[in-house]
Design a binder for this molecule. Structure first.
Ligand code: NDP
Ligand code: GDP
Length: 337
């Protein structure tokens, strides 16, 4: 039985990847960090089928111990401080966890189990101020946030350990991917959750940041399959994982309101203090400067041709199905509460 160790198992991708690996007959170990409250919402349904190992990407000895004891065939490094706005507020911590943390886990592999296959969760945020469109594995990086900068470090140290120490190390450059398990602070889930609340009469307005930025959004369940496929290839390599389509944040908002069958109005005159248009009674979407960023990534669109050709991977869920599924799942959860 193959053994896989996932860092970040309690996160969105970690939970989907754990399900996938269990379905393939792996023994799954998940690295979890100490917290004063239990944080297992996303993995509760599989908790009796996975083994939790204590560890933190800021602590070398815990990573050494995890690799030494588990002796995994595959390691998926999904742990990170993953939210871009927090990276301006905590740039040092983001660099330590999201950047140097990758070196720590690679060092643990090099010392204790050098034939482990390693997957690094790299990000389209590395392209930042994009140097070409669409973005491929060859597009130069130009990160626009401490998060993006830390991910560039993580990417290159992964390539470096592959070239210097012959570690089977792959970097998956994944574009934004979402699901009903996405953190509430990310734009898709913030919108789906707020729209669900508006539908159920629990909220009356939606406050947004930049509506003009464009993202290549896919479904997390599809993307974890690409991670696994990378580690099943004869040679380690780096791959862009994306849908090849891009949509604006404005379109995301419109799509979510339409999925919930609510008519929306953009901010204007005649709006009362609850965000309702006085004449039409319609829910209003407004711009709140607190959600604007010091530097923006305006347009991301990935070219997944290499993943299609070499991994046989294709995304399955469309943008409108993804948004609709997130809105309906949020409504169902809120109703059941
Ligand atoms: P999440 O934010 O949902 O999950 C992050 C995970 O990292 C959580 O399990 C968290 O644990 C863990 N973690 C955070 N800090 C530490 C630490 N110091 N030591 C150990 N574990 C830690 O992210 P996603 O699942 O969405 O993303 C997975 C990975 O893919 C991340 O590296 C992200 O940056 C990257 N990525 C994501 C994209 C996306 O669109 N989702 C796009 C491209 C890359 P806890 O639960 O305790 O907080
Ligand atoms: P990111 O691409 O990793 O930064 O993922 P996010 O989901 O956090 O943001 C995607 C885009 O949505 C960015 O361009 C944000 O500026 C934009 N955006 C607009 N309004 C909001 C908001 O209220 N919250 C978040 N998180 N992003 C927003």
């Amino acid at each position: 039985m193959k053994k896989a160790l996932i860092s970040g198992m309690t996160g969105q991708d970690g939970s989907y990847l754990a399900e996938l690996l269990l379905s393939k007959g792996y023994q799954v170990f998940g690295m979890v960090r100490r917290s004063s409250t239990l944080n297992d919402d996303r993995i509760r349904h599989i908790k009796d089928r996975v083994v939790c190992v204590q560890g933190d990407l800021t602590d070398q000895s815990s990573l050494d111990e995890a690799i030494r004891v588990v002796k995994p065939d595959e390691v998926y490094n999904l742990a990170a401080q993953s939210f871009v706005p927090v990276s301006w507020n905590q740039p040092g911590l983001t660099g330590d966890v999201t950047g140097i943390g990758v070196t720590r886990i690679l060092e643990a592999i090099r010392k204790h189990k050098p034939d482990t296959k390693f997957y690094q969760a790299s990000s389209s945020e590395m392209f930042g101020k994009v140097q070409e469109t669409p973005q491929t594995e060859k597009t130069p990086f130009y990160p626009r946030s401490p998060y993006g900068v830390a991910k560039v470090y993580g990417h290159w140290i992964t390539v470096n350990y592959r070239e210097s120490y012959n570690v089977f190390a792959c970097s998956g450059i994944l574009f934004n991917h979402e699901s009903p398990r996405r953190g509430l602070e990310f734009v898709t889930r913030k919108v789906s959750h707020t729209v669900a609340k508006i539908k159920l009469g629990l909220a009356q307005e939606l406050r947004m940041g930049n509506l003009d930025s464009q993202r290549d959004w896919g479904f997390a369940g599809d993307y974890v399959e690409a991670m696994w496929l990378m580690l099943q290839q004869p040679k380690p390599d780096d791959f862009v994982v994306a849908t090849g389509k891009t949509y604006s944040v404005r379109r995301l908002v419109e799509e979510a309101f339409s999925a919930a069958e609510i008519s929306l109005m953009w901010e204007g005159k005649g709006v009362d203090e609850k965000g309702i248009d006085k004449r039409s009674g319609k829910t209003v979407v407004s711009i709140d400067p607190t959600f604007l960023r010091p530097a923006e990534v305006d347009l991301l669109i990935g070219d997944p041709s290499k993943a299609k050709r070499d991994l046989g991977w294709t995304p399955r869920m469309s943008f409108s199905d993804l948004v609709s599924c997130m809105v309906h799942e949020d409504m169902a959860r809120l109703k059941s509460k």
